[in-house]
Ligand binder design. Structure first.
Ligand code: 3SL
Length: 234
Protein backbone atom coordinates (compact mmCIF):
# COMPACT_ATOMS: atom_id res chain seq x y z
CA UNK A 1 0.00 0.00 0.00
CA UNK A 2 1.74 3.18 -1.10
CA UNK A 3 -0.94 5.74 -0.18
CA UNK A 4 -2.23 6.84 3.21
CA UNK A 5 -5.41 8.31 4.68
CA UNK A 6 -5.56 10.60 7.69
CA UNK A 7 -8.36 12.44 9.46
CA UNK A 8 -8.38 16.00 10.79
CA UNK A 9 -11.26 16.33 13.25
CA UNK A 10 -11.56 20.13 13.14
CA UNK A 11 -10.51 23.12 11.02
CA UNK A 12 -8.72 24.35 14.15
CA UNK A 13 -6.30 21.41 13.79
CA UNK A 14 -5.75 21.58 10.05
CA UNK A 15 -2.42 23.44 10.32
CA UNK A 16 -0.99 20.27 11.90
CA UNK A 17 -1.53 18.40 8.61
CA UNK A 18 0.57 18.62 5.49
CA UNK A 19 -1.98 18.93 2.69
CA UNK A 20 0.36 19.65 -0.21
CA UNK A 21 0.11 17.12 -3.01
CA UNK A 22 -2.82 15.39 -1.29
CA UNK A 23 -6.53 15.00 -1.82
CA UNK A 24 -8.53 16.68 0.94
CA UNK A 25 -12.10 15.50 1.37
CA UNK A 26 -14.05 18.17 3.24
CA UNK A 27 -17.11 16.90 5.11
CA UNK A 28 -19.91 18.68 6.91
CA UNK A 29 -22.71 16.11 7.01
CA UNK A 30 -25.13 18.52 8.76
CA UNK A 31 -25.48 20.14 6.36
CA UNK A 32 -23.12 22.09 4.11
CA UNK A 33 -21.43 19.32 2.13
CA UNK A 34 -24.69 17.36 1.89
CA UNK A 35 -26.26 20.50 0.40
CA UNK A 36 -23.40 20.99 -2.07
CA UNK A 37 -23.63 17.34 -3.16
CA UNK A 38 -27.39 17.68 -3.60
CA UNK A 39 -27.12 20.90 -5.62
CA UNK A 40 -24.57 19.46 -8.06
CA UNK A 41 -26.58 16.24 -8.36
CA UNK A 42 -29.56 18.38 -9.35
CA UNK A 43 -27.69 20.14 -12.11
CA UNK A 44 -26.12 23.22 -10.52
CA UNK A 45 -23.43 24.58 -12.84
CA UNK A 46 -21.04 25.46 -10.00
CA UNK A 47 -20.90 26.23 -6.30
CA UNK A 48 -18.68 29.03 -5.04
CA UNK A 49 -18.02 28.39 -1.34
CA UNK A 50 -16.91 31.46 0.62
CA UNK A 51 -15.91 31.67 4.26
CA UNK A 52 -16.88 35.28 4.94
CA UNK A 53 -20.44 36.58 4.95
CA UNK A 54 -19.27 39.96 3.60
CA UNK A 55 -17.82 38.26 0.53
CA UNK A 56 -21.07 36.36 -0.08
CA UNK A 57 -23.00 39.65 0.26
CA UNK A 58 -21.01 41.15 -2.63
CA UNK A 59 -22.53 38.53 -4.95
CA UNK A 60 -26.09 39.52 -4.00
CA UNK A 61 -25.96 42.48 -6.37
CA UNK A 62 -24.06 40.70 -9.15
CA UNK A 63 -26.08 39.25 -11.98
CA UNK A 64 -26.21 35.50 -12.48
CA UNK A 65 -25.63 34.24 -8.94
CA UNK A 66 -27.96 32.49 -6.52
CA UNK A 67 -26.77 33.24 -2.99
CA UNK A 68 -27.07 31.18 0.19
CA UNK A 69 -26.02 32.10 3.70
CA UNK A 70 -26.34 30.29 7.01
CA UNK A 71 -25.05 30.99 10.49
CA UNK A 72 -25.95 28.90 13.50
CA UNK A 73 -28.34 26.85 11.38
CA UNK A 74 -30.44 29.84 10.32
CA UNK A 75 -30.79 31.58 6.98
CA UNK A 76 -29.29 35.08 6.90
CA UNK A 77 -31.85 37.75 6.01
CA UNK A 78 -31.53 39.07 2.47
CA UNK A 79 -30.21 35.80 1.03
CA UNK A 80 -32.64 33.83 -1.17
CA UNK A 81 -31.34 30.40 -0.10
CA UNK A 82 -30.81 28.71 3.25
CA UNK A 83 -28.83 25.53 3.98
CA UNK A 84 -31.52 22.88 3.54
CA UNK A 85 -30.84 20.18 0.93
CA UNK A 86 -34.52 20.20 -0.01
CA UNK A 87 -34.10 23.70 -1.45
CA UNK A 88 -31.37 22.48 -3.79
CA UNK A 89 -33.57 20.03 -5.67
CA UNK A 90 -35.78 22.64 -7.29
CA UNK A 91 -35.93 23.83 -10.90
CA UNK A 92 -33.99 27.04 -10.21
CA UNK A 93 -30.91 24.99 -9.21
CA UNK A 94 -30.37 23.54 -12.69
CA UNK A 95 -27.59 25.49 -14.42
CA UNK A 96 -27.21 27.88 -11.47
CA UNK A 97 -24.03 29.43 -10.12
CA UNK A 98 -24.54 29.19 -6.37
CA UNK A 99 -22.55 31.23 -3.87
CA UNK A 100 -22.70 29.78 -0.38
CA UNK A 101 -21.35 30.67 3.04
CA UNK A 102 -21.99 28.51 6.11
CA UNK A 103 -20.86 28.38 9.73
CA UNK A 104 -18.31 25.58 9.41
CA UNK A 105 -18.37 23.83 6.02
CA UNK A 106 -17.14 26.72 3.92
CA UNK A 107 -14.48 27.52 6.55
CA UNK A 108 -13.08 23.99 6.17
CA UNK A 109 -13.05 24.31 2.38
CA UNK A 110 -11.11 27.60 2.47
CA UNK A 111 -8.67 26.18 5.01
CA UNK A 112 -7.92 23.28 2.65
CA UNK A 113 -6.72 25.59 -0.14
CA UNK A 114 -3.15 24.26 -0.42
CA UNK A 115 -4.28 20.70 -1.19
CA UNK A 116 -3.67 19.22 -4.62
CA UNK A 117 -7.39 18.45 -4.92
CA UNK A 118 -10.33 19.43 -2.72
CA UNK A 119 -13.37 17.16 -2.85
CA UNK A 120 -16.65 17.50 -1.03
CA UNK A 121 -17.92 14.37 0.66
CA UNK A 122 -21.18 13.38 2.31
CA UNK A 123 -23.01 10.14 2.99
CA UNK A 124 -25.07 10.99 -0.10
CA UNK A 125 -22.07 10.44 -2.40
CA UNK A 126 -19.91 8.19 -0.21
CA UNK A 127 -19.04 5.44 -2.70
CA UNK A 128 -18.52 7.79 -5.67
CA UNK A 129 -15.92 9.78 -3.76
CA UNK A 130 -14.18 6.58 -2.61
CA UNK A 131 -14.11 5.15 -6.13
CA UNK A 132 -12.73 8.41 -7.53
CA UNK A 133 -9.97 8.48 -4.90
CA UNK A 134 -8.97 4.94 -5.86
CA UNK A 135 -8.18 6.20 -9.38
CA UNK A 136 -5.84 8.95 -8.17
CA UNK A 137 -2.84 7.32 -6.42
CA UNK A 138 -2.68 10.11 -3.82
CA UNK A 139 -2.60 10.45 -0.05
CA UNK A 140 -5.87 11.62 1.48
CA UNK A 141 -6.83 13.81 4.42
CA UNK A 142 -10.48 13.87 5.50
CA UNK A 143 -11.12 17.36 6.85
CA UNK A 144 -14.09 17.33 9.24
CA UNK A 145 -15.80 20.72 9.53
CA UNK A 146 -17.07 20.01 13.06
CA UNK A 147 -18.88 22.78 14.92
CA UNK A 148 -17.13 26.07 15.69
CA UNK A 149 -13.79 24.34 16.14
CA UNK A 150 -15.14 21.38 18.11
CA UNK A 151 -15.29 17.78 16.93
CA UNK A 152 -18.63 16.25 16.00
CA UNK A 153 -20.06 12.77 15.63
CA UNK A 154 -21.45 12.89 12.14
CA UNK A 155 -18.33 14.13 10.32
CA UNK A 156 -16.16 11.64 12.23
CA UNK A 157 -18.55 8.85 11.21
CA UNK A 158 -18.26 9.88 7.57
CA UNK A 159 -14.47 9.71 7.88
CA UNK A 160 -14.82 6.16 9.23
CA UNK A 161 -17.18 5.17 6.42
CA UNK A 162 -14.79 6.50 3.77
CA UNK A 163 -11.84 4.74 5.41
CA UNK A 164 -13.79 1.46 5.39
CA UNK A 165 -14.04 1.79 1.61
CA UNK A 166 -10.38 2.78 1.16
CA UNK A 167 -8.58 0.57 3.68
CA UNK A 168 -7.46 -1.88 0.99
CA UNK A 169 -5.68 0.90 -0.94
CA UNK A 170 -4.76 3.45 1.76
CA UNK A 171 -2.79 2.80 4.94
CA UNK A 172 -4.25 4.43 8.03
CA UNK A 173 -2.15 7.41 9.21
CA UNK A 174 -1.96 8.16 12.95
CA UNK A 175 -4.62 7.30 15.55
CA UNK A 176 -7.52 9.41 14.26
CA UNK A 177 -8.36 7.24 11.23
CA UNK A 178 -8.32 4.16 13.45
CA UNK A 179 -10.68 5.89 15.91
CA UNK A 180 -13.02 7.02 13.11
CA UNK A 181 -13.11 3.54 11.57
CA UNK A 182 -13.85 1.79 14.89
CA UNK A 183 -16.58 4.31 15.67
CA UNK A 184 -18.16 3.83 12.22
CA UNK A 185 -18.03 0.03 12.51
CA UNK A 186 -19.69 0.20 15.93
CA UNK A 187 -22.70 2.29 14.88
CA UNK A 188 -23.05 1.95 11.11
CA UNK A 189 -26.13 -0.24 11.41
CA UNK A 190 -27.83 2.48 13.41
CA UNK A 191 -26.52 5.53 11.55
CA UNK A 192 -29.75 7.51 11.40
CA UNK A 193 -30.45 7.25 15.13
CA UNK A 194 -26.81 7.93 16.04
CA UNK A 195 -26.77 11.13 14.00
CA UNK A 196 -30.22 12.05 15.29
CA UNK A 197 -28.72 12.00 18.80
CA UNK A 198 -25.84 14.34 17.86
CA UNK A 199 -25.49 17.83 19.31
CA UNK A 200 -26.06 19.49 15.94
CA UNK A 201 -29.17 17.44 15.22
CA UNK A 202 -30.52 18.69 18.55
CA UNK A 203 -29.63 22.27 17.60
CA UNK A 204 -31.42 21.86 14.26
CA UNK A 205 -34.44 20.28 15.96
CA UNK A 206 -34.80 23.40 18.10
CA UNK A 207 -35.04 25.39 14.85
CA UNK A 208 -37.71 22.93 13.59
CA UNK A 209 -35.29 21.56 11.02
CA UNK A 210 -35.91 17.81 11.29
CA UNK A 211 -36.32 16.13 7.91
CA UNK A 212 -32.88 17.38 6.76
CA UNK A 213 -31.18 15.22 9.40
CA UNK A 214 -32.62 11.99 8.07
CA UNK A 215 -31.98 13.01 4.46
CA UNK A 216 -28.29 13.76 5.13
CA UNK A 217 -27.73 10.26 6.56
CA UNK A 218 -28.80 8.46 3.39
CA UNK A 219 -25.95 6.59 1.77
CA UNK A 220 -25.19 6.75 -1.96
CA UNK A 221 -28.23 8.72 -3.03
CA UNK A 222 -26.08 10.48 -5.66
CA UNK A 223 -23.01 9.70 -7.76
CA UNK A 224 -21.46 13.16 -8.12
CA UNK A 225 -17.88 13.87 -7.02
CA UNK A 226 -17.76 17.62 -6.28
CA UNK A 227 -14.26 18.95 -6.86
CA UNK A 228 -12.79 22.45 -6.54
CA UNK A 229 -11.69 23.90 -9.88
CA UNK A 230 -10.31 27.36 -9.17
CA UNK A 231 -12.85 29.05 -6.90
CA UNK A 232 -15.78 26.76 -7.79
CA UNK A 233 -16.95 23.30 -6.93
CA UNK A 234 -18.05 21.54 -10.08
O1 3SL B 1 -21.84 24.55 9.79
C1 3SL B 1 -22.22 24.54 8.63
O2 3SL B 1 -21.48 24.77 7.69
C2 3SL B 1 -23.68 24.27 8.37
O3 3SL B 1 -23.80 23.15 7.58
C3 3SL B 1 -24.46 24.22 9.63
S1 3SL B 1 -26.17 23.97 9.43
O4 3SL B 1 -26.45 22.57 9.25
O5 3SL B 1 -26.68 24.74 8.34
O6 3SL B 1 -26.77 24.40 10.69
Amino acid sequence: MSNSIDVCLSPKLIDLYDLEGKIVVVVDILRATSVMTTALAHGAKEIIPVEKLEVAKEYLTKEGYLCAAERGGEQIAGFPLDNSPFNYMKDNIKGASIVITTTNGTVAIEKSAVADQILVGSFLNLTSVAEYIKTQNKDVVVHCAGWKGKTNMEDTLYAGALIERLQSTHALGCDTPHMALKYWEAVKNDLQQTVADSAHAKRLNKLNITKDIRFCTQIDEYDVVPKMEGTSLV
